[in-house]
Design a binder for this molecule. Structure first.
Ligand code: AMP
Length: 119
């Protein structure tokens, strides 16, 4: 997939669109989802242009991969949800219903986030 430089998260990364940032490291930016699906709903994105989890898995450096997990660790501490827990998900492609074509992980917490899939 060719990366679309006009996607909304690319604009947030270029500071062309505002976002409520909650954590940042060299390779990762975390900000609040504009339409939160739970009390805490944060998006975790790599700063480099990766369209989805497959692109990232194939092409990112180990440092970038590690930085994603460091971001998860930091967010869990920031929100004090070590015990209460959270759900971290990423949507990929058509079947995954990915809307924004820049890799992002949703961190959902602050309440019972419900069943994984409502069948
Ligand atoms: P997905 O369906 O996994 O691609 O999720 C895209 C997410 O991006 C949705 O949860 C949207 O609410 C969120 N979103 C879209 N635009 C913005 C924005 N400008 N700032 C923060 N979150 C956004």
């Amino acid at each position: 997939m060719v990366y679309d430089k006009n996607n909304i998260f690319a604009k947030i990364l270029r500071d062309e669109v505002e976002a409520e940032k909650v954590y940042e490291n060299e390779h990762v930016l975390c900000f609040k989802d504009i339409y939160p699906k739970s009390k805490i709903h944060v998006l975790v994105i790599p700063k480099k242009e990766y369209s989805d989890i497959y692109d990232f898995s194939k092409n990112s450096t180990n440092k970038e991969k590690e930085s994603i997990f460091l971001a998860f660790e930091s967010l869990i501490k920031i929100y004090n949800i070590e015990i209460s827990g959270c759900r971290i998900i990423t949507n990929h492609g058509v079947d995954g219903r990915q809307e924004v074509p820049h890799l992002h992980f949703h961190l959902l917490a602050g309440n019972d986030v419900g069943r994984m899939i409502n069948n």
